[in-house]
Design a protein around this ligand. Structure first.
Ligand code: CP
Length: 313
């Protein structure tokens, strides 16, 4: 019998297809809690969850906090500026001190790739990677898969294009791993300076011209230009980027008529996507945010909601 049997969620590479289906199915069954008048169930009463964010976040941090509260867990939020990291304490010493207070899960966002993996070695609590450097952002990929499945009824066989700064994007990496595992056909596009030289080794097709890359696609995923992660200028100006690589109402005609547009946020309006498309009928950007709460509820439930491996049914 299948069992969800993980202490931590560090990356999409650790999840099997059965794990992913279990997370998406569990999110489906928990989704309706968020539309109740009283948005709370006692499932994680008595459990303690630490939200530890060393980098700014709106969606992921709020979504984990809301997910934990909707399941009745106690939550504690720490950021780089209000922790003793500013006094020189190391990540591991901070983690050991948090562990001494016996939390059940630590959710970590960190600018260094691999930081959650290191933390997981030092604490008994479950560790969830909420985005580590340029490496992975697995809960974003799970909520993206969930959104695609809800909108399209399936993931297998869909044609997905990811456009933008693939090289610097932890979202792109996690999405590519998840989409490939679930049987989607993935194309990546963007300026050559933003596409990893070994991109094809990830099992994706590379089409530099976004107009050609959009051809006949079911799903468009736009990525934010991450100026904070670029050590050199990779394109001449934001204006040129938007002209050649931004999504607008003309080039979107190349995609399928029922295409959905996704973006992990935050959006640079008028750079990678025009405002009318971000707010228009093809956009599922805010559905992604709503679905993110259900996905994070599902993960917390599966990691600590009972004996590890217990299923809902
Ligand atoms: N998608 C995402 O990670 O957004 P935040 O940085 O606001 O959490």
């Amino acid at each position: 019998m299948y069992r969800f049997n993980h202490k931590d969620l560090l990356g999409m590479d650790q999840l099997s297809v059965s794990d992913i289906n279990m997370i998406l199915d569990t999110a489906d069954s928990l989704m309706e809690i968020s539309s109740r008048d009283i948005k709370k169930v006692p499932t994680l009463r008595g459990k303690s969850i630490v939200n530890f964010f060393y980098e700014p976040s709106t969606r992921t941090k709020a979504s984990f906090e809301m997910a934990a509260k909707r399941l009745s867990a106690d939550t504690l939020s720490l950021s780089a500026t209000d922790s003793s990291m500013v006094k020189g304490e190391t990540l591991i010493d901070t983690a050991r001190n948090l562990q001494a207070m016996n939390p059940d899960v630590i959710i970590l966002r960190h600018s260094s790739s691999g930081a959650p993996h290191l933390l997981a070695r030092y604490v008994d609590a479950g560790v969830i990677n909420a985005g580590d450097g340029m490496h992975e952002h697995p809960t974003q990929a799970l909520l993206d898969l969930f959104t695609i499945r809800k909108k399209k009824g399936r993931i297998k066989g869909l044609k997905v294009v990811i456009i933008g700064d693939i090289a610097h994007s932890r979202v792109a990496r996690s999405d590519i791993i998840g989409l490939k595992k679930m049987g989607a056909e993935v194309t990546v596009s963007g300026p050559p300076t933003m596409i990893p030289v070994d991109a094809e080794s990830l099992g994706v097709k590379v089409v530099f011209d976004p107009e050609k890359a959009l051809n006949n696609k079911d799903v468009i995923m736009m990525l934010r230009i991450q100026l904070e992660r670029q050590s050199e200028v990779l394109f001449p100006s934001l204006r040129e980027y938007s002209i050649f690589f931004g999504l607008n109402k003309e080039i979107i005609k190349r995609a399928k008529k029922d295409v959905i547009i996704m973006h992990p946020g935050p959006i640079n309006r008028g750079v990678e996507i025009t405002g009318d498309l971000a707010d228009g009928p093809f956009s599922v950007i805010l559905d992604q945010v709503s679905n993110g709460v259900a996905i994070r509820m599902a993960l917390l439930y599966l990691l600590i909601g009972g004996e590890r491996g217990d299923n809902l049914d």
